[in-house]
Design a protein around this ligand. Structure first.
Ligand code: SF4
Length: 77
């Protein structure tokens, strides 16, 4: 795992990783909820509500990659 991937939270998750949203960085585009439907819902303002912090890693990786604000990431529990 490269230090940059670890820093950005884009590295592949370990068994102790959970998906997290940086609420300061998030701009409420809602792309994550479309990709991870079932794991992420949107509130009335379009901001994500994480329902499942351990979704399918492959699908989550796609959501992390496409988040325009880099607000979605893996972090240690
Ligand atoms: S895609 Fe990123 S910026 Fe958009 S709602 Fe999800 S976490 Fe926030």
């Amino acid at each position: 795992m490269s230090p940059m991937n670890r820093l950005l939270g884009t590295a592949a998750p370990s068994e102790t990783s959970i998906l997290a949203v940086d609420r300061i960085a998030c701009t409420g585009h809602g792309i994550c909820a479309h990709i991870l439907s079932g794991a992420i819902d949107l509130d009335d303002w379009g901001y994500p509500i994480l329902r499942d912090a351990a979704p399918d890693p492959g699908v989550a990786a796609e959501a992390i990659k496409l988040c325009p604000s880099r607000a979605l990431r893996w972090q240690r529990r």
